[in-house]
Design a protein around this ligand. Sequence first.
Ligand SMILES: Nc1ncnc2c1ncn2[C@@H]1O[C@H](COP(=O)(O)OP(=O)(O)O)[C@@H](O)[C@H]1O
Ligand SMILES: [Mg+2]
Length: 382
Amino acid sequence: MQQEQFILPESVTVRDPQGNRYVIEGVLGKGEFGAVYLVRERGEKHNLFALKEVINPNKGDRERFAFEGEVLKRLNHKALPRVHRVFENDKLKRVYLLMDYIKGRNLEVLRREQPGKCFSLPLVLVLMAPIVDALMYLHTQDPPIVHRDIKPANIIVPVGGGEAMLADFGSAKEYVPGTATTIIDRRSPGYAAPEQYRTGTNPSTDIYGLGATLYVLLTGSAPIDAPSRVIGSLNAGVDPLTPANLLKPTVPLAVAQALQRALSINMADRFETVEEFWQVFMDHGTQQIPQITSIDLSQPSPPEPDIEDSGPESPQKEQIAPHAKKRDALRIFAGFLVIVVIGIACFSYLRGFTVLLLCCLGVLLLSLGALLHDFSSRARTL
Ligand SMILES: Nc1ncnc2c1ncn2[C@@H]1O[C@H](COP(=O)(O)OP(=O)(O)O)[C@@H](O)[C@H]1O
Ligand SMILES: [Mg+2]
């Protein structure tokens, strides 16, 4: 909450140690640690970037950020945004990561706009194919890189039907077998695997996150969080995770079973690799696939505030409603005025009050003009 006040307003300039200056044009997303801004390089009208910040970083934040920058700088995959530099601004007490701007919206925002807040299976397969490819690429690095925060809010779908991209490497770690992670980082409830509440994550942690992401995209509900599942399984002997096909009967049984396996509480029960998981998913999922090769879901132009997973529903629709109400009230008032003025005009005519009669005629003409204008603009909109 406190950081909310520290979000930098538009037109503020952030300077890097080399003297390059970036002018803030808007906010792309707000997170726990700071914001992600859309910025324009000063003097380079067409150079747009995404600038991610951490406010008041401590040693751990600095390391995490430097790692996020380093990881992304050395990776080269079409579904991963290119990172240009990581720098610190002492005056603002913030660290920054400058990366390519992906003009689009995140999959959580898009999902919430869909009827039933979910997508069809063929669409999910097309949307997620580049992300799955990026995960396979990460897991085959030496040492493998575990993203550890796979969820719809970290997937950006470009406008114009481009392929989805995977963002937010703020939780990523290199996985060296035999070494357990000692620090427990931030977690996204519903998407974080049980081991993320303890220590010892590995590539199968991403299989859980991927399973949870596919689950919410297909059903419209995020899986119940891992600690509740563990407690439920221990106390009642039953895993409280509802199979996807029971939430959405259109999800084929085999797909629901693959999701259930990817979301196993025990790492050993999950698929061995992302590839193996995706293969099963595809084998059963593609039976329903018509020829979809590209998609264009996102039309409203960014930047728009980020919606995180448990955040409130989009306020956009609510903003339209008060305007409509105001116009209706004005219409009723104008109609009422016309009736009253006609009454007074008749009275003036009968009594011979010429001045009052002329005033009434003036008001009458104005009200009728306003009403006619309103009706014609309404007809144009329709
Ligand atoms: N390179 C980018 N281009 C466009 N939008 C981005 C970019 N990176 C992040 N965003 C937007 O900002 C949001 C938050 O970014 P993210 O890296 O996930 O930060 P956090 O660590 O706060 O979750 C994302 O959900 C996405 O909507
Ligand atoms: Mg994020």
